[in-house]
Ligand binder design. Structure first.
Ligand code: SF4
Ligand code: SF4
Length: 365
């Protein structure tokens, strides 16, 4: 398998349109060898169409370029995501007239069009592959890269695992989240664990620290402050932790990709407007780092690895994180922010045979 990962960087040397990212994207698509693989194919372009007032989703100019390239190559295409109608993609310029192809809900308007495969990983039991993904001949996984509280980052893997399936599969994936266990019998409801948390991640179901203890694992960085401060050892860091969620996403991604011939998938990661949280939060915060460019290739493990390698902690723009937010002090920038190692998502993909993380960057200007 080729180790090539294409990279079009933001850096430019002259004030010319040809030096800017959309022009480089054209060059990247031409260099990728995709053109000869698209003729006569129905291509699903899987995107995250965003939500609410987010403005950090992939700008329409890039999408239109991809659509025009597919059509010029003899293919036809549609853009698809989960729950498209509810997310109002037209608010971000995602309409068929602007993008040049339909923007469709992957499971149909009622969310009932899917094909189920059985799964056997903890609470993950059903992989409901979206009907339009199943029906397509070719998948282009077109992802906006950003941070994510539950799995450190959202890129090509998350775009498929959470976006090419039904609500049922998404819920089963989320049920794999975890990390902190609470022993009700040991708890004296002193509230120290709540006061110790800097991330608004834990709570009790009733006022005055009464009721059941809950952790919102999206916000939890697994810092263990609550565990350490608990006087009765009612809280424990479990062996079952965020890795289960990462592994579940890798399993679902593999299963979705198996719907396609190996030559009929391609991955494009946009490393611009890299924010701390996912676009589904319906808002956009300042970028964590300066825009980096576009990474693309035929293998998801290599594309995701190159993506993470290009995002450097030392380039952090402090405006990208909330004021007084405490970084974890360990690992990749996304681990510094969310407490979860983003490379674990890639390791999970590797372990189930999706490729290796060795790659060679081919710069496309
Ligand atoms: S582990 Fe840290 S972030 Fe998570 S609930 Fe406990 S104190 Fe909060
Ligand atoms: S610190 Fe421990 S004992 Fe106190 S409320 Fe939290 S879990 Fe219960």
């Amino acid at each position: 398998m080729s180790k090539t990962v294409y990279f079009s960087p933001m850096a430019y040397s002259r004030y010319e349109a040809s030096q800017t990212l959309p022009a480089k994207f054209d060059n990247m698509l031409k260099a990728s060898g995709l053109s000869g693989r698209l003729k006569g194919k129905q291509v699903a372009i899987k995107m995250h169409v965003g939500d609410g007032i987010t403005y950090s989703t992939i700008p329409p100019v890039f999408i239109r370029k991809l659509v025009d390239f597919i059509k010029a190559s003899g293919g036809d295409c549609f853009i698809t995501d989960h729950n498209v109608e509810r997310r109002q993609p037209e608010n971000r310029g995602y309409t068929s007239s602007i993008l040049g192809c339909p923007v469709l809900d992957s499971c149909g308007y009622f969310g009932k069009y899917y094909y189920t495969k059985e799964a056997d990983y903890k609470k993950l039991r059903h992989i409901d592959v979206a009907g339009l993904i199943h029906d397509a001949d070719f998948l282009i996984d077109f992802s906006h890269v950003k941070g994510h509280g539950a799995c450190a980052f959202g890129g090509a893997c998350k775009n498929i695992a959470m976006g090419c399936v039904t609500d049922r599969t998404r819920q089963e994936l989320h049920s794999l989240e975890g990390g902190i266990s609470w022993n009700e019998e040991k708890c004296i409801h002193c509230g120290k664990c709540i006061k110790a948390c800097n991330h608004y991640a834990n709570s009790f179901s009733e006022p005055d620290y009464k009721g059941k203890y809950k952790v919102f694992f999206h916000n939890c960085t697994l810092c263990q402050h609550c565990v350490l401060v608990c006087p009765t050892k009612a809280l424990l860091l479990e062996s079952h932790d965020y890795h289960d969620f990462q592994t579940g996403m890798a399993i679902v991604t593999k299963s979705v990709l198996e719907e396609f011939e190996p030559a009929n998938v391609f991955f494009i990661n946009m490393l611009i407007s890299i924010t701390a949280l996912c676009d589904c939060w319906g808002m956009t915060t300042p970028s964590l780092v300066p825009d980096i460019g576009i990474v693309a290739g035929n293998n998801i493990v290599k594309v995701e690895t190159a993506t993470l390698d290009l995002i450097k902690t030392e380039n952090l723009n402090l405006e990208g994180i909330p004021q007084d937010y405490k970084l974890t002090g360990r690992g990749h920038l996304f681990e510094q922010i969310h407490g979860k190692n983003p490379y674990d998502q890639i390791s999970a993909l590797e372990q189930i045979g999706m490729g290796t993380n060795e790659y060679t960057l081919e710069i496309i200007n």
